[in-house]
Design a protein around this ligand. Sequence first.
Ligand SMILES: CC(C)(COP(=O)(O)OP(=O)(O)OC[C@H]1O[C@@H](n2cnc3c(N)ncnc32)[C@H](O)[C@@H]1OP(=O)(O)O)[C@@H](O)C(=O)NCCC(=O)NCCS
Length: 334
Amino acid sequence: MIPASAPIVVRGTGSYAPEKVLTNGDLSRLVDTSDEWILTRTGIRERRIAADHEAASDLAVRAGAAALAAANLPPDKVDLVIVATITPDMPFPSTACLVQHKLGIPRAVCFDVEAACSGFIYVLDLAANLIRAGRFHTALVIGTEKLSSILDWTDRTTCVLFGDGAGAVVLGAGSPAEAGFGILGSHLGSDGAQADLLHMPGGGSRLPATPESLGDRMHFLKMKGREVFKIAVRVMEQSALDLLAAHNLEPHQVDCVIPHQANLRIIELLASRLDLPLEKFFINLDRYGNTSAASIPLALDEAVRGGRVRPGDLVLMPAFGAGLTWGASLIRWS
Ligand SMILES: CC(C)(COP(=O)(O)OP(=O)(O)OC[C@H]1O[C@@H](n2cnc3c(N)ncnc32)[C@H](O)[C@@H]1OP(=O)(O)O)[C@@H](O)C(=O)NCCC(=O)NCCS
């Protein structure tokens, strides 16, 4: 039995980015855009694009295997697999079940969560609480996306922003010696009234695929970018402040912020509203663009492996995305 007060710690992290690099220059040959426009408006220089044979589960398997290796954990010790994605291999079965099979995890409860770019923050909180409740011992938590499969490559207002990738963490109950470390808590929010700001209209039960829906380009991501921008800054700031206040902490006590990597201008505004120097933020969106549910775990893995996150550090991870959804997680790194 796991005591309710047991710390829930990250045992290992992993990530995977497909080989193919698509630069802003490459995009300027596809749509009416330029490296200068994309870089100054977003901070993105390039993004990764999965190969035709790679689906979201394949990216997830690479990230998940790396996280298990970092945790030095054999697959048979995992009893929970949760995948956050808006680009599952197919509507069903869940991508988590496909990942379980490919990783050779013999016995686990596996399911997907769909909370778009906030997906990883949602599944991290869910997995931590399921372990804390004593239901499971060890969780593999993954964010994975092949957003290139739902982008309209004729729409310059969206196709320049996103990319493909995956990130994963292994979570487990810590020992009494690890008290005070691990996932300290999360703050989550949703507002379905704003669903139409960022969505994909086709392909579900509302609008199944028909020749007309395909012709009307309904099976692609649609976004009202300017509206999303304003809300993103506000909800990420509020989530971060509420979460820190719930733990009697102030922003300046945070050692590293790993934000959802959507737009450098959003991150800069967040930094100024939290009164934190940009140097405290780990940023890799210049190389990956927005990889939705994969963005935070991919950045976390790079920050950990690159020595930007060290034992004892207080790590804040704010996110926002379609739904609308938003949230933040706080980890004392162990
Ligand atoms: C999308 C975003 C980069 C657009 O930047 P912006 O400064 O708001 O730009 P606007 O939408 O006001 O467009 C300004 C002009 O650039 C044009 N434009 C849009 N995309 C362009 C592109 N890729 N290349 C060149 N011009 C482009 C627009 O058509 C518009 O032209 P107009 O003034 O002639 O109408 C920005 O709104 C954003 O990042 N929003 C948040 C999106 C996001 O993070 N979504 C993910 C949520 S998880």
